[in-house]
Write a protein that binds this ligand. Structure first.
Ligand code: URA
Length: 262
């Protein structure tokens, strides 16, 4: 076969292979594709250290925990009042004209806990100075007690669950009560009265964990380490004068308790 014949024979062979589907020229020596894959650089795995630092979540302080810490750090009533005034977690503070801490004689045997300042109290910066407060003074006078008395046996000490007036005198909500409760507890511990009068549902809810003043009024209970009696709030008595009868019974019960525990 001369070279022209070889050419045509090779070409016919090639065309036949292309027809069979061989469309890739093969090298003289075989290529081990698996070996090639193994030699390929592996993608670099990210180590934990290379990962971007997680975005820190904002730390939201629990107002109740903050209040507990601030209250526990107060060693006397002056420090407690300052700690409460500096407490920024309760929004009521921003709407109130004044901080209302307490009135009367801190050494008194009787401590009265009301709800929160009303309009007059917000203006005066003192608890129970409005109409309800004037009725309270008359009720106390009827059993020989007076917030102005120097003798602790005849005096009373008066405060509230909240030191700031809620807008339009609305009832304080559970969150407000919970965050101010550590201060009230410390207030009672530092004043150390012989007994507590809980005026209306809010202080009952705060320290006893239950309301329903119509059912629980007049029933002595033990709370914050001392006897306590729930009573109708004087503002309720102004609206429901018929309930003064029960209030009078409760006052007599307080008088008897003071006499018997002298
Ligand atoms: N009602 C309260 O409960 N407290 C006050 O100081 C005044 C009105």
């Amino acid at each position: 076969m001369d070279s022209a014949d070889t050419y045509w024979a090779d070409r016919a062979l090639l065309e036949w292979q292309v027809e069979l589907g061989a469309d890739e020229a093969i090298q003289d020596t075989p290529v081990d594709r698996y070996a090639l894959d193994a030699a390929k650089p592996k993608p670099v795995e990210k180590k934990a250290d290379d990962a971007p630092p997680p975005i820190p979540k904002p730390v939201v302080a629990d107002p109740v925990v903050l209040a507990q810490k601030a209250a526990a750090a107060a060693n006397d009533l002056t420090q407690l009042a300052a700690a409460m005034q500096a407490f920024d977690q309760c929004d009521l503070k921003r709407g109130a004209k004044n901080f209302v801490f307490a009135d009367g004689q801190a050494a008194a045997r009787v401590m009265i806990v009301g709800e929160a300042p009303g309009r007059q109290e917000d203006i005066a910066g003192k608890p129970f100075v409005g109409q309800a407060g004037q009725l309270l003074d008359k009720m106390l006078a009827a059993i020989g007690l007076d917030r102005g008395a120097a003798d602790p046996a005849e005096a009373v000490y008066i405060s509230n669950v909240l030191p700031w007036r809620p807008p339009a005198n609305r009832t304080p909500d559970a969150e407000e009560i919970a965050m101010m409760l550590p201060f009230l507890e410390r207030h009672v511990a530092l004043a150390n009265p012989d007994l507590l009068i809980l005026m209306g549902n809010t202080p009952c809810q705060a320290v006893l964990g239950r309301a329903g003043i119509t059912r629980i009024r007049g029933q002595w209970t033990e709370v914050l380490g001392r006897p306590a009696i729930p009573m109708f709030h004087p503002a309720y008595l102004l609206r429901q004068p018929a309930a003064k009868r029960e209030a009078w019974a409760d006052l007599l019960s307080i008088k008897a308790r003071l006499r018997d525990t002298k």
